[in-house]
Ligand binder design. Sequence first.
Ligand code: SAM
Ligand code: SF4
Length: 332
Amino acid sequence: MTQQTSLIDRFGRQVDYIRISVTDRCDLRCIYCMSENVRFVPRSQLLTLEEIVRIGAAFVALGVRKIRITGGEPLTRNNILQVFHQLGRLDGLQELTLTSNGTQLPRYAHALRRAGVKRINISIDSLRPDRFHAITRNGEIEKTLAGIDAAIAAGFERIKLNAVVLKNRNHDEVLDLVGFAIDRGLDISFIEEMPLGIIDEHDRAEAYYSSDLILADLRKRYEMYPTTESTGGPSRYYRIAGQETRVGFISPHSHNFCDQCNRVRLTAEGRLLLCLGQEHSLDLRRVVRANPSDDRPLRDAIIAAMQLKPKGHDFDLTAQPVIFRHMNSTGG
Ligand code: SAM
Ligand code: SF4
Protein backbone atom coordinates (compact mmCIF):
# COMPACT_ATOMS: atom_id res chain seq x y z
CA MET A 1 0.00 0.00 0.00
CA THR A 2 1.28 3.48 -0.79
CA GLN A 3 1.90 5.53 2.32
CA GLN A 4 0.86 9.10 1.47
CA THR A 5 2.32 11.61 3.84
CA SER A 6 4.68 14.50 3.64
CA LEU A 7 8.17 15.11 4.84
CA ILE A 8 8.41 18.16 7.09
CA ASP A 9 11.56 19.24 8.89
CA ARG A 10 12.01 20.96 12.27
CA PHE A 11 11.71 24.38 10.65
CA GLY A 12 8.41 23.64 8.94
CA ARG A 13 9.93 23.22 5.48
CA GLN A 14 8.32 20.56 3.32
CA VAL A 15 10.75 18.32 1.46
CA ASP A 16 9.24 17.36 -1.89
CA TYR A 17 12.39 17.16 -4.01
CA ILE A 18 15.34 14.77 -3.99
CA ARG A 19 18.51 14.91 -6.05
CA ILE A 20 19.97 11.48 -6.57
CA SER A 21 23.61 11.07 -7.49
CA VAL A 22 24.00 7.85 -9.44
CA THR A 23 27.80 8.00 -9.68
CA ASP A 24 30.63 10.22 -8.45
CA ARG A 25 32.58 9.48 -11.66
CA CYS A 26 32.78 11.86 -14.56
CA ASP A 27 34.40 12.20 -17.97
CA LEU A 28 35.31 15.83 -17.14
CA ARG A 29 37.33 17.30 -14.26
CA CYS A 30 35.89 20.79 -13.71
CA ILE A 31 38.28 22.87 -11.62
CA TYR A 32 35.65 24.03 -9.11
CA CYS A 33 34.07 20.59 -8.74
CA MET A 34 36.94 18.18 -8.12
CA SER A 35 40.67 18.08 -7.57
CA GLU A 36 42.88 16.97 -10.43
CA ASN A 37 43.89 13.68 -8.83
CA VAL A 38 40.41 12.84 -7.62
CA ARG A 39 39.86 9.36 -6.19
CA PHE A 40 36.49 7.87 -6.95
CA VAL A 41 34.47 5.62 -4.68
CA PRO A 42 35.11 1.91 -5.44
CA ARG A 43 32.25 0.58 -7.57
CA SER A 44 31.45 -2.05 -4.94
CA GLN A 45 30.41 0.72 -2.54
CA LEU A 46 27.88 2.32 -4.88
CA LEU A 47 24.19 1.73 -4.57
CA THR A 48 23.00 -0.71 -7.21
CA LEU A 49 20.55 0.58 -9.80
CA GLU A 50 17.81 -1.45 -8.10
CA GLU A 51 18.62 0.15 -4.74
CA ILE A 52 18.51 3.62 -6.30
CA VAL A 53 15.03 2.92 -7.68
CA ARG A 54 13.89 1.44 -4.38
CA ILE A 55 15.00 4.51 -2.42
CA GLY A 56 13.54 6.87 -5.03
CA ALA A 57 10.21 5.04 -4.82
CA ALA A 58 10.21 5.28 -1.01
CA PHE A 59 10.66 9.06 -1.26
CA VAL A 60 7.79 9.32 -3.73
CA ALA A 61 5.59 7.24 -1.42
CA LEU A 62 6.40 9.82 1.26
CA GLY A 63 5.29 12.77 -0.82
CA VAL A 64 8.33 13.68 -2.90
CA ARG A 65 7.18 15.04 -6.27
CA LYS A 66 10.40 15.80 -8.07
CA ILE A 67 13.54 13.71 -8.62
CA ARG A 68 16.67 15.03 -10.29
CA ILE A 69 19.26 12.49 -11.40
CA THR A 70 22.77 13.87 -11.10
CA GLY A 71 26.33 12.94 -10.24
CA GLY A 72 29.27 13.01 -11.21
CA GLU A 73 28.13 12.56 -14.76
CA PRO A 74 24.98 10.45 -14.50
CA LEU A 75 25.06 9.34 -18.14
CA THR A 76 28.41 7.60 -17.62
CA ARG A 77 26.81 5.03 -15.30
CA ASN A 78 26.19 1.72 -17.11
CA ASN A 79 22.55 0.90 -17.82
CA ILE A 80 21.37 4.17 -16.33
CA LEU A 81 18.33 4.33 -18.63
CA GLN A 82 16.83 1.56 -16.54
CA VAL A 83 16.65 3.98 -13.59
CA PHE A 84 14.88 6.62 -15.66
CA HIS A 85 12.39 4.09 -17.00
CA GLN A 86 11.54 2.73 -13.57
CA LEU A 87 11.39 6.03 -11.71
CA GLY A 88 9.48 7.59 -14.60
CA ARG A 89 6.65 5.11 -14.03
CA LEU A 90 6.12 5.93 -10.33
CA ASP A 91 2.64 7.09 -9.39
CA GLY A 92 2.79 10.47 -7.71
CA LEU A 93 6.09 11.58 -9.22
CA GLN A 94 5.41 14.82 -11.08
CA GLU A 95 8.83 15.47 -12.47
CA LEU A 96 11.87 13.37 -13.31
CA THR A 97 14.77 15.42 -14.48
CA LEU A 98 18.51 15.32 -15.10
CA THR A 99 21.63 17.46 -14.77
CA SER A 100 24.35 16.52 -17.25
CA ASN A 101 27.51 17.90 -18.80
CA GLY A 102 25.98 16.95 -22.16
CA THR A 103 28.79 14.82 -23.56
CA GLN A 104 26.68 11.64 -23.67
CA LEU A 105 23.44 13.29 -24.79
CA PRO A 106 23.90 12.54 -28.50
CA ARG A 107 23.56 8.90 -27.47
CA TYR A 108 20.87 9.26 -24.79
CA ALA A 109 18.69 12.32 -25.44
CA HIS A 110 15.87 10.61 -27.35
CA ALA A 111 15.72 7.66 -24.99
CA LEU A 112 15.54 10.00 -21.98
CA ARG A 113 12.70 11.90 -23.57
CA ARG A 114 10.89 8.62 -24.22
CA ALA A 115 11.43 7.63 -20.57
CA GLY A 116 9.38 10.66 -19.54
CA VAL A 117 12.10 13.23 -18.83
CA LYS A 118 10.60 16.59 -19.79
CA ARG A 119 13.25 19.07 -18.68
CA ILE A 120 17.01 18.79 -18.40
CA ASN A 121 19.90 20.96 -17.27
CA ILE A 122 23.14 21.00 -19.22
CA SER A 123 26.29 22.55 -17.77
CA ILE A 124 28.48 24.74 -19.96
CA ASP A 125 30.71 27.44 -18.48
CA SER A 126 32.35 28.81 -21.61
CA LEU A 127 31.73 28.90 -25.35
CA ARG A 128 35.44 29.21 -26.14
CA PRO A 129 37.14 25.86 -26.80
CA ASP A 130 40.39 26.79 -25.02
CA ARG A 131 38.62 28.07 -21.93
CA PHE A 132 36.19 25.17 -21.88
CA HIS A 133 39.17 22.86 -21.98
CA ALA A 134 40.92 24.75 -19.18
CA ILE A 135 37.86 24.83 -16.89
CA THR A 136 37.01 21.15 -17.44
CA ARG A 137 40.72 20.19 -17.48
CA ASN A 138 40.18 17.81 -20.41
CA GLY A 139 36.88 18.61 -22.10
CA GLU A 140 36.18 19.21 -25.77
CA ILE A 141 33.47 21.79 -26.22
CA GLU A 142 32.26 20.13 -29.43
CA LYS A 143 30.94 17.21 -27.39
CA THR A 144 28.88 19.38 -25.05
CA LEU A 145 27.61 21.48 -27.97
CA ALA A 146 26.59 18.30 -29.77
CA GLY A 147 24.80 17.25 -26.57
CA ILE A 148 22.87 20.53 -26.49
CA ASP A 149 21.88 20.07 -30.15
CA ALA A 150 20.78 16.50 -29.43
CA ALA A 151 18.65 17.67 -26.51
CA ILE A 152 16.99 20.32 -28.68
CA ALA A 153 16.31 17.73 -31.40
CA ALA A 154 14.83 15.32 -28.84
CA GLY A 155 12.15 17.89 -27.99
CA PHE A 156 12.52 18.40 -24.24
CA GLU A 157 9.92 20.86 -22.97
CA ARG A 158 12.59 22.97 -21.38
CA ILE A 159 16.37 22.92 -21.45
CA LYS A 160 18.37 25.00 -19.01
CA LEU A 161 22.04 25.72 -19.27
CA ASN A 162 24.05 25.99 -16.03
CA ALA A 163 27.22 28.05 -15.80
CA VAL A 164 29.44 28.46 -12.77
CA VAL A 165 30.94 31.93 -13.09
CA LEU A 166 34.52 32.51 -11.97
CA LYS A 167 36.21 35.87 -12.00
CA ASN A 168 38.96 36.10 -14.62
CA ARG A 169 38.10 32.71 -16.05
CA ASN A 170 34.70 33.16 -17.66
CA HIS A 171 32.99 36.16 -16.01
CA ASP A 172 33.36 38.18 -19.21
CA GLU A 173 31.33 35.59 -21.14
CA VAL A 174 27.98 36.00 -19.41
CA LEU A 175 26.56 38.13 -22.24
CA ASP A 176 27.72 35.61 -24.85
CA LEU A 177 26.25 32.73 -22.87
CA VAL A 178 22.89 34.50 -22.59
CA GLY A 179 23.03 35.27 -26.34
CA PHE A 180 23.69 31.60 -27.03
CA ALA A 181 20.69 30.62 -24.86
CA ILE A 182 18.41 33.18 -26.54
CA ASP A 183 19.38 32.01 -30.04
CA ARG A 184 18.34 28.47 -29.14
CA GLY A 185 15.29 29.25 -26.96
CA LEU A 186 16.94 27.85 -23.81
CA ASP A 187 16.96 29.03 -20.19
CA ILE A 188 20.22 29.67 -18.39
CA SER A 189 21.26 29.84 -14.73
CA PHE A 190 24.43 31.38 -13.37
CA ILE A 191 25.84 29.76 -10.24
CA GLU A 192 28.10 31.21 -7.55
CA GLU A 193 30.88 28.75 -6.75
CA MET A 194 30.43 26.88 -3.48
CA PRO A 195 33.30 25.84 -1.20
CA LEU A 196 32.79 22.09 -1.35
CA GLY A 197 36.00 20.11 -0.96
CA ILE A 198 39.60 21.21 -1.23
CA ILE A 199 40.67 22.22 -4.72
CA ASP A 200 44.16 23.19 -5.81
CA GLU A 201 43.63 25.09 -9.05
CA HIS A 202 42.35 28.46 -7.80
CA ASP A 203 41.48 30.43 -4.69
CA ARG A 204 37.69 30.33 -4.41
CA ALA A 205 37.52 33.72 -2.66
CA GLU A 206 39.55 35.40 -5.41
CA ALA A 207 37.42 33.79 -8.11
CA TYR A 208 34.13 34.93 -6.54
CA TYR A 209 31.93 36.86 -8.98
CA SER A 210 28.54 37.64 -7.47
CA SER A 211 25.15 37.23 -9.10
CA ASP A 212 24.59 40.98 -8.68
CA LEU A 213 27.68 41.72 -10.77
CA ILE A 214 26.45 39.31 -13.46
CA LEU A 215 23.02 40.94 -13.48
CA ALA A 216 24.62 44.38 -13.84
CA ASP A 217 26.69 43.08 -16.77
CA LEU A 218 23.60 41.64 -18.46
CA ARG A 219 21.63 44.85 -17.99
CA LYS A 220 24.15 46.64 -20.17
CA ARG A 221 22.60 44.81 -23.13
CA TYR A 222 19.21 43.47 -22.02
CA GLU A 223 16.15 44.85 -20.33
CA MET A 224 15.67 42.39 -17.49
CA TYR A 225 12.95 42.17 -14.89
CA PRO A 226 12.55 39.81 -11.94
CA THR A 227 9.78 37.20 -11.94
CA THR A 228 8.38 35.03 -9.19
CA GLU A 229 8.61 31.98 -11.48
CA SER A 230 10.22 28.93 -9.95
CA THR A 231 11.37 25.60 -11.32
CA GLY A 232 11.28 24.06 -7.86
CA GLY A 233 14.97 24.67 -7.16
CA PRO A 234 17.08 27.51 -5.76
CA SER A 235 17.23 29.68 -8.93
CA ARG A 236 15.80 33.22 -8.79
CA TYR A 237 14.58 34.07 -12.29
CA TYR A 238 14.62 37.14 -14.48
CA ARG A 239 12.90 37.56 -17.81
CA ILE A 240 14.43 39.36 -20.74
CA ALA A 241 12.04 41.71 -22.50
CA GLY A 242 10.80 40.17 -25.76
CA GLN A 243 12.53 36.80 -25.28
CA GLU A 244 11.51 33.30 -24.21
CA THR A 245 14.74 32.79 -22.29
CA ARG A 246 14.69 33.00 -18.49
CA VAL A 247 17.88 33.86 -16.70
CA GLY A 248 18.31 32.29 -13.27
CA PHE A 249 20.72 33.01 -10.46
CA ILE A 250 21.82 30.46 -7.89
CA SER A 251 23.41 32.62 -5.25
CA PRO A 252 24.42 30.69 -2.14
CA HIS A 253 26.62 33.58 -0.97
CA SER A 254 24.82 36.74 -1.99
CA HIS A 255 21.15 35.65 -1.72
CA ASN A 256 20.91 32.76 0.71
CA PHE A 257 18.01 30.44 -0.18
CA CYS A 258 18.03 28.11 2.85
CA ASP A 259 14.71 29.27 4.30
CA GLN A 260 12.99 28.04 1.10
CA CYS A 261 14.89 24.75 0.97
CA ASN A 262 12.64 21.89 -0.15
CA ARG A 263 15.27 19.29 -1.06
CA VAL A 264 17.63 16.59 0.12
CA ARG A 265 20.35 14.66 -1.68
CA LEU A 266 21.30 11.01 -1.96
CA THR A 267 24.96 10.30 -2.67
CA ALA A 268 26.02 7.49 -4.96
CA GLU A 269 26.99 5.46 -1.87
CA GLY A 270 23.52 5.86 -0.39
CA ARG A 271 24.19 8.58 2.13
CA LEU A 272 21.19 10.87 2.53
CA LEU A 273 22.48 14.44 2.85
CA LEU A 274 20.07 16.81 4.51
CA CYS A 275 21.95 19.95 3.40
CA LEU A 276 24.42 20.71 0.64
CA GLY A 277 26.60 22.74 2.97
CA GLN A 278 26.50 20.66 6.18
CA GLU A 279 27.44 17.09 7.02
CA HIS A 280 24.14 15.98 8.63
CA SER A 281 23.36 12.67 6.96
CA LEU A 282 21.94 9.19 7.28
CA ASP A 283 23.22 5.94 5.75
CA LEU A 284 20.30 4.63 3.70
CA ARG A 285 22.42 1.94 2.01
CA ARG A 286 22.72 0.20 5.36
CA VAL A 287 18.94 0.41 5.86
CA VAL A 288 18.04 -1.01 2.43
CA ARG A 289 20.59 -3.82 2.70
CA ALA A 290 19.46 -4.79 6.21
CA ASN A 291 15.82 -4.95 5.02
CA PRO A 292 15.86 -6.41 1.52
CA SER A 293 12.14 -7.17 1.31
CA ASP A 294 10.54 -4.69 3.67
CA ASP A 295 10.34 -0.97 2.81
CA ARG A 296 8.87 0.15 6.10
CA PRO A 297 12.24 0.57 7.90
CA LEU A 298 13.46 2.58 4.90
CA ARG A 299 10.46 4.90 5.01
CA ASP A 300 10.75 5.24 8.80
CA ALA A 301 14.45 6.13 8.44
CA ILE A 302 13.64 8.80 5.83
CA ILE A 303 10.93 10.32 8.04
CA ALA A 304 13.30 10.34 11.04
CA ALA A 305 16.07 11.93 8.95
CA MET A 306 13.97 15.07 8.47
CA GLN A 307 14.74 15.90 12.11
CA LEU A 308 18.42 16.13 11.14
CA LYS A 309 17.93 18.74 8.43
CA PRO A 310 19.86 21.81 9.55
CA LYS A 311 18.62 25.37 9.26
CA GLY A 312 21.07 26.23 6.51
CA HIS A 313 24.58 26.33 5.21
CA ASP A 314 27.20 28.83 6.31
CA PHE A 315 29.56 28.92 3.38
CA ASP A 316 32.63 31.10 3.89
CA LEU A 317 34.90 31.44 0.87
CA THR A 318 37.68 33.02 2.91
CA ALA A 319 37.97 30.14 5.40
CA GLN A 320 39.33 26.63 4.89
CA PRO A 321 36.49 24.44 3.58
CA VAL A 322 34.60 22.73 6.36
CA ILE A 323 32.90 20.40 3.90
CA PHE A 324 35.43 17.93 2.59
CA ARG A 325 33.26 16.23 0.01
CA HIS A 326 33.42 17.65 -3.50
CA MET A 327 30.35 18.49 -5.58
CA ASN A 328 30.76 15.34 -7.69
CA SER A 329 30.32 13.19 -4.58
CA THR A 330 27.57 15.42 -3.22
CA GLY A 331 25.33 15.35 -6.29
CA GLY A 332 24.99 18.91 -7.62
N1 SAM B 1 28.09 16.37 -14.33
C1 SAM B 1 26.84 17.01 -14.38
C2 SAM B 1 26.99 18.48 -14.74
O1 SAM B 1 28.11 18.98 -14.70
O2 SAM B 1 25.98 19.08 -15.04
C3 SAM B 1 26.03 16.87 -13.12
C4 SAM B 1 26.75 16.97 -11.82
S1 SAM B 1 27.46 18.56 -11.47
C5 SAM B 1 28.18 18.28 -9.89
C6 SAM B 1 26.00 19.54 -11.17
C7 SAM B 1 26.19 21.03 -11.18
O3 SAM B 1 27.01 21.41 -10.09
C8 SAM B 1 26.88 21.55 -12.43
O4 SAM B 1 26.09 22.57 -13.02
C9 SAM B 1 28.18 22.12 -11.92
O5 SAM B 1 28.60 23.22 -12.66
C10 SAM B 1 27.82 22.48 -10.50
N2 SAM B 1 28.97 22.55 -9.58
C11 SAM B 1 29.97 21.66 -9.42
N3 SAM B 1 30.82 22.05 -8.45
C12 SAM B 1 30.35 23.24 -7.98
C13 SAM B 1 30.78 24.15 -6.98
N4 SAM B 1 31.86 23.93 -6.23
N5 SAM B 1 30.04 25.26 -6.77
C14 SAM B 1 28.91 25.50 -7.51
N6 SAM B 1 28.46 24.68 -8.46
C15 SAM B 1 29.17 23.56 -8.71
FE1 SF4 C 1 31.89 16.41 -13.95
FE2 SF4 C 1 29.76 17.92 -13.59
FE3 SF4 C 1 31.77 17.97 -11.79
FE4 SF4 C 1 32.16 19.01 -14.19
S1 SF4 C 1 30.68 19.73 -12.66
S2 SF4 C 1 33.55 17.59 -13.12
S3 SF4 C 1 30.96 17.74 -15.48
S4 SF4 C 1 30.46 16.26 -12.23
